[in-house]
Design a protein around this ligand. Structure first.
Ligand code: HEM
Ligand code: HEM
Length: 189
C-alpha cells in the first residue's frame, strides 16, 4: 500500500480543483456560520443568512461527496522526495479525517434542519426544496445536532489550520514541493 516508488508525481487537475473548491466552501461556511449565529444581528438578515448557509452547505456536501468518491479512484501521487514513512502515514491520516469531516459537518447541518420543530424548508439557492431527512422532530434533537454541527465545524477549522501550517512549513522551511503539487506543479524542487 505505502510503496514509495509507484504512482504519478503530480495531482490530477480534478483532484486539485475539487480540493480548493471544498477548501473555499468550508472556510467560507465557517465564517458565515459564526457571523449568522451571533445574537446581535437583525432577525430578517439573520433569516436570509441562514438560508444562504444552508444552500452553500448543501453544495459543500455535494462537492465533498464527489471529491470523496473521486479520491477512491484517482491515482495517489508518490510521496515527495525526503518525506519519511511516518510523515507520509501522518499526512494520510489527516487527509482521511478531513475527507470524513467534510461529509460529517454538512450532514450534521442537514440533521439540524431536519429535526427542527420549526419545519423551515431548505431551499437550494431558491431553485428547489431539498427534502429533510426522515427523522423524528424534537427540540432536544435540534439542540443536540446544533451542538454536534458546531463542535465538528470548529474541529475542522482547527485541523485545517494545522494542515495548512504543515503545508507552509514544507514550502518555506523544508523547501520541498508538497504545496506546489497541490497547486498543479510537478513534484520536483
Ligand atoms: C461544510 C459545510 C458546513 C460548515 C463548515 C458549517 C459550519 C457552521 C458553523 C461554523 C456554524 C456556527 C456554529 C456556532 O457558532 O454555533 C453553523 C451553524 C449552522 N449551520 Fe452549518 N455548516 C455547514 C453546512 C450546513 C448545512 C448543509 C446546513 C443545513 C442544511 C447547516 C445548517 C446550520 C444551521 C441551521 C446553523 C445554526 C445553528 C444554530 O441555531 O445555532 N450547515 N454551521
Ligand atoms: C487553506 C488551506 C489549505 C491548504 C494550504 C491546503 C494544502 C494542501 C496540500 C499542500 C495538500 C497536498 C498534501 C500532500 O501531497 O501530501 C493537501 C491535500 C489535502 N487536503 Fe488540503 N489544504 C487546505 C485546505 C483544506 C481543507 C479545508 C480541506 C477539507 C476538507 C483539505 C483536505 C485535504 C485532503 C483530503 C487532501 C488529500 C488530497 C488527496 O490525497 O486527494 N484541505 N492540502
Amino acid at each position: 500500500m505505502h510503496c514509495h516508488a509507484k504512482g504519478p508525481d503530480r495531482y490530477g487537475s480534478l483532484t486539485i480543483t475539487l480540493h480548493w473548491l471544498v477548501a473555499v466552501l468550508i472556510l467560507g461556511l465557517i465564517m458565515l456560520g459564526f457571523v449568522m449565529t451571533r445574537g446581535s444581528i437583525d432577525p430578517a438578515l439573520q433569516f436570509s443568512l441562514f438560508q444562504w448557509h444552508k444552500s452553500f452547505g448543501m453544495l459543500a456536501l455535494l462537492v465533498s461527496l464527489i471529491r470523496f468518491v473521486h479520491s477512491l479512484f484517482a491515482a495517489q501521487p508518490k510521496p515527495v522526495a525526503g518525506i519519511s514513512p511516518l510523515e507520509h502515514r501522518a499526512a494520510r491520516g489527516m487527509h482521511h479525517l478531513l475527507f470524513l469531516l467534510a461529509l460529517a459537518v454538512p450532514l450534521a447541518g442537514w440533521m439540524i434542519a431536519s429535526v427542527s420543530t420549526l419545519e423551515i424548508p431548505t431551499f437550494a439557492f431558491d431553485l428547489f426544496v431539498i427534502p429533510h431527512l426522515p427523522v423524528a422532530k424534537s427540540d432536544a434533537a435540534e439542540a443536540w445536532w446544533t451542538t454536534a454541527h458546531a463542535v465538528l465545524a470548529y474541529l475542522v477549522l482547527a485541523l485545517v489550520a494545522l494542515h495548512a501550517s504543515v503545508a507552509l512549513y514544507h514550502h518555506y522551511v523544508r523547501r520541498d514541493s508538497v504545496l506546489l503539487r497541490m497547486l498543479g506543479f510537478r513534484g520536483h524542487r
